[in-house]
Design a protein around this ligand. Structure first.
Ligand SMILES: Cc1ncc(COP(=O)(O)O)c(C=O)c1O
Length: 416
């Protein structure tokens, strides 16, 4: 890979994107700050990258987070799993995010390094060691659970602490979502009464949480879920302190334009206002995708073309997991630094670099008809569940990350 020492024209002034402490337990090579580029095209011109390059758009992430924080009627927890890159955590923290949904002790350690962060350990199944360490060493007081066994475990691991905020995760139908998260976690509504009562006894503050499913295309799914919680409270006569409506807020993909964020917020506010059972509750949400999808992309290189299939240097074992069996179609843009691309377009599928035949992405991805070996492709909307999914399978792995200042390939801004 070419890397000039002299300052190329496309480069912006160097900024230090990292004001966070890098925890020693995590691989530090991922977090090397890099000098930003004016655009993805400039980066490709400069680096001619042989390996995939993760591109981050700090301004996009900051603007998206600010818009969300302003619109949501409660506290916004960023779901760290979506993109745990400390640079991303830094952009979000500077945009005003103060609350973090963490799913593992590694995420606890990472988010605990953010000044003034409040952490919520919202994985319903945790190890005793992770509970104890997060309570004793990192000051975590908020934990979710969906079984009596997990409640006992949390109490045991914290020596029956009296200052716990405990959230019963409910299983809510996830119609309207592209990814269901109801299959694995959550107590069924019909079986929730005894767990709610037991958790109420143990908790300083009792919460309920749910997840309507990721990339939820229907604002009414949130209203319906909130209504289910309200009905449950009437049936069980349990007093609730916190309602956490989870993540699931969508981003935009080719052929999948969701209703605007304002419609989700309106539906949520209207439902909350209509339910006196919830009037006193603190309200939380846990967005991931909606905050960071637009702010990240990956630049890949075409290594071979066979008909309308392109063999790329990244795939489903890298940052393109969602383009594999989940079938997400991402926005794409071809880049040929020296030479014209055809104005005519065609539909392509992708193969990743590993030997596994499930390393395939059917798309369709619309690109110039003459795309060929040696061209680069920017694949957008990968700030969420992109880089974080990378493995080292077959030896294909790249840590190179740059910041860019141009607009994302697709944006929810302007969706009406
Ligand atoms: C508990 C929990 N909260 C929040 C999220 C973030 O979801 P999304 O990216 O759909 O907003 C997830 C995603 O898996 C999750 O499991």
């Amino acid at each position: 890979m070419k890397n000039n020492d002299s300052e190329p024209p496309g480069r912006l002034q160097s900024v230090n994107a990292l004001s966070l402490r890098t925890p020693s337990t995590l691989p530090t090579e991922d977090y090397t700050p890099v000098r930003p580029y004016r655009s993805v095209d400039d980066m490709v011109h400069d680096l001619k990258p042989e390996m995939p390059v993760q591109c981050l758009r700090p301004a996009t992430i900051a603007a998206t987070a600010k818009r969300f924080l302003k619109a949501f009627p409660g506290d916004v927890l960023y779901a760290v799993k979506t993109n745990p890159d400390p640079r991303v955590l830094g952009y979000l923290a500077r945009a005003g995010v103060k609350h973090y949904d963490v799913a593992s002790l590694a995420e606890v350690k990472l988010a605990a390094a953010i000044p003034d962060a409040k952490l919520y350990f919202m994985h319903p199944v945790k190890s005793r060691e992770a509970i104890a360490a997060s309570y004793d060493e990192y000051g975590v007081r908020d934990f979710s659970l969906d079984s009596h066994e997990e409640l006992e475990k949390i109490l045991d691991a914290t020596s029956n602490a009296s200052d716990l905020n405990l959230y019963v995760r409910l299983s809510i139908p996830s119609e309207g979502a592209v990814y269901s998260l109801a299959g694995k976690f959550g107590v069924a509504l019909e079986q929730a009464a005894s767990l709610l009562a037991a958790t109420r006894k143990a908790a300083s503050r009792l919460g309920v949480c749910f997840h309507v499913g990721s990339q939820c295309m229907n604002p009414e799914a949130f209203s319906a879920a909130i209504q289910m919680v309200a009905d449950l409270l009437v049936q069980t006569d349990v007093r609730l302190d916190i309602l956490d409506i989870g993540g699931g807020f969508p981003s935009i993909y080719p052929g999948m334009t969701p209703p605007p964020l304002t419609r989700y917020m309106k539906a949520i506010k209207k439902t909350l206002q209509s339910l006196p059972q919830l009037a006193e509750c603190q309200v939380l949400c846990e967005p991931g995708r909606a905050l960071v999808a637009e702010g990240g992309s990956v630049v890949v290189r075409v290594e071979l073309r066979k008909g309308n299939m392109l063999y790329l240097n990244d795939g489903v074992y890298g940052s393109l997991f969602d383009a594999g069996s989940p079938g997400f179609v991402f926005p794409v843009k071809a880049i040929r630094p020296r030479g014209q691309l055809s104005a005519e377009t065609a539909e392509f599928g992708f193969f990743g670099p590993t030997c596994d035949s499930i390393d395939a992405m059917k798309g369709p991805f619309v690109l110039p008809a003459d795309i060929r070996e040696g061209d680069w492709i920017e694949i957008g909307q990968l700030g969420a569940y992109g880089a974080t999914m990378r493995t080292r399978f077959n030896g294909f792995y790249s840590d190179l990350t740059v910041e860019v200042a141009d607009k994302p390939l697709l944006s929810m801004t302007g969706v009406h």
